[in-house]
Design a protein around this ligand. Structure first.
Ligand SMILES: *Cc1c(COP(=O)(O)O)cnc(C)c1O
Length: 488
């Protein structure tokens, strides 16, 4: 006996046993005409394994009573059915786990989606560095061994006003290495208001411990005065440190000590001041209507002796940690054994240099630096883009959902001001029914993630929101074209 349920047929135990008995032998399937094209693509070894996996899976499901065979197959367990299934197994196997998605979350620098998108110049340089030998540590002028930082430190100094620079794997590594090199077994004074957790396992007190430095907390969560730093300085002090509160804000009755107060105190005591800036903003973003963020240059100008920041946040480059500051401090950092463990590879340097060079022509930056272009997109452009997608999405979803285009605030992300600041436009999907709306939206969210190029949106206030900010040009076309494949 069999029962047809939607597109599928469920077999009872007796019918199943009869069918199982008819399951073809592996040898017969691999010898079948249908198997040959698969063998030509994937090779015999993989096809054989996929056939075995298919048959084993069916047997297991049959024993568990959960076997479901496609209703449209003439003979569900014929060699062609096995091959159909094996083809799906193989296609899933060859697909890379790391793959492109559409970011419609409304967060431009989304850490879980890979942060900054890089401009074409950087993409081309990376591709070249992948396929060709490069002068990574080879001085072309002398023919002798070079230092990979030499490729890029002049440029970083030009853009930040610092004396010297070095690059490591990410900003967490930059902070770890700086502390390990400059404050081993010594005290580092930090305000209690700045003992932040950035996300993941990056907490300033933990990093301090791992670096072998001793944290000397001063002040309170909401108020720290320069006198607090002053009275904490002793013969064990190595460093005064400030951490930019990237991802939260303390408001109300607050007081923090700015560099103009801290630097004179440090100078008077012969101590350096280090600033973990987090987001490495190289240029004043308020000129494009974005929130004010301290730039690396203003931090150096204010007297910071060392500044650390990320390459893939507001800077708009690849994952990297940049350390800039006094020559003597950078030299000490570069000599520390951890530098070798935390150094960047050629791909990072290949990507970073062209991105930094875009800052040499600030007039074109808004247009050429992908991150900045996305952060400053005109609302009308995103709205038009949403309007083009609306009928296609509505068509794909049918009557159970209603789609509209609504204003939405996007976020910068990656610890830049954690508030909605960027006016934009989103496709907003609501379930037509009053009951079961939550579940219907979750089902839709899953279906969007299951598309060949997964679409990542977010559910908020009883609607699925697809922020259009991060899909421009060809990506918009691909996004809309793919909506026809949506299966709910
Ligand atoms: C983001 C951030 C970090 C960590 O930087 P990664 O590049 O993600 O390692 C450290 N400190 C601050 C203040 C940050 O904002």
């Amino acid at each position: 006996m069999s029962e047809t349920v939607g597109q599928e047929t469920r077999y009872d135990a007796r019918a199943l046993n009869a069918l199982l008995a008819k399951m073809p032998a592996v040898e017969r399937v691999i010898a079948s005409a249908q198997a040959q094209p698969l063998i030509a693509i994937y090779g015999r070894t993989q096809v054989l394994a996929a056939i075995r996996a298919t048959l084993d899976g069916w047997r297991r499901d049959a024993q568990a009573g959960t076997l479901i065979a496609p209703a449209d197959a003439a003979a569900p367990f014929a060699p062609e059915s096995v091959i159909d299934n094996a083809a799906k197994v193989l296609a899933a196997r060859v697909q890379n786990r790391l793959r492109p998605v559409f970011n419609l979350t409304g967060t431009v620098l989304h850490t879980n989606l890979g942060r900054a998108l890089l401009p074409d110049e950087a993409v081309r340089a990376v591709v070249q560095a992948l396929a060709q030998p490069v002068n990574l540590e080879f001085n072309l002028a002398t023919g002798k061994r070079g230092d990979r930082d030499d490729l890029i430190d002049d440029l970083i100094c030009e853009l930040t006003g610092a004396e010297a620079a070095t690059v490591v794997n990410n900003n967490a590594a930059a902070v770890l290495l700086s502390l390990a090199a400059l404050a081993p077994r010594k005290e580092v004074i930090v305000s209690r208001g700045e003992l932040v957790e950035i996300g993941g396992a990056f907490r300033i007190p933990d990093i301090m411990g791992r670096a072998g430095a001793r944290l000397r907390e001063v002040g309170t969560t909401n108020r720290t005065h320069v006198s607090d730093y002053e009275s904490a300085i002793n013969k064990h002090t190595a460093l005064l440190m400030k951490v930019h509160c990237s991802n939260y804000a303390i408001t109300g009755f607050t007081k923090s000590v700015e560099l103009d107060e801290l630097v004179p105190l440090a100078r008077a005591n012969g101590l350096p001041v280090a600033v973990d800036l987090g987001s490495g903003t190289l240029i004043d973003l308020t000129q494009w209507g974005l929130p004010a963020e301290p730039t690396v240059r203003t931090t150096i100008d204010a007297g910071a002796d060392l500044v650390t920041f990320s390459g893939d946040k507001l800077l708009g480059g690849p994952q990297a940690g940049l350390i800039v500051g006094r020559k003597a401090l950078i030299a000490k950092i570069k000599k520390h054994p951890l530098k070798r463990a935390l150094r960047v590879g050629k791909l990072t340097l290949a990507a970073l240099e062209p991105v930094l060079k875009l800052y040499q022509a600030p007039e074109f930056l808004r247009e050429r630096l992908t991150t900045l272009r996305l952060l400053t997109r005109p609302v009308a452009q995103m709205q038009e883009s949403a309007m083009r997608a609306l009928p296609v999405l509505q068509q794909a979803l049918g009557d159970a959902y209603t789609v509209s285009v609504e204003p939405m605030f996007s976020q910068i992300g990656s610890g830049a001001l954690p508030v909605d600041v960027l006016p934009g436009s989103a496709l907003v999907v609501r379930h037509a029914g009053k009951v079961g709306s939550g579940r219907a939206l979750m089902k839709l969210e899953r279906a969007l993630r299951a598309l060949p190029r997964p679409v990542i949106g977010r559910i908020a206030e009883d609607a699925l929101r697809l922020d259009m900010r991060c899909i421009e040009g060809a990506n918009e076309v691909a996004f809309i074209a793919q909506l026809a494949e949506l299966r709910l």
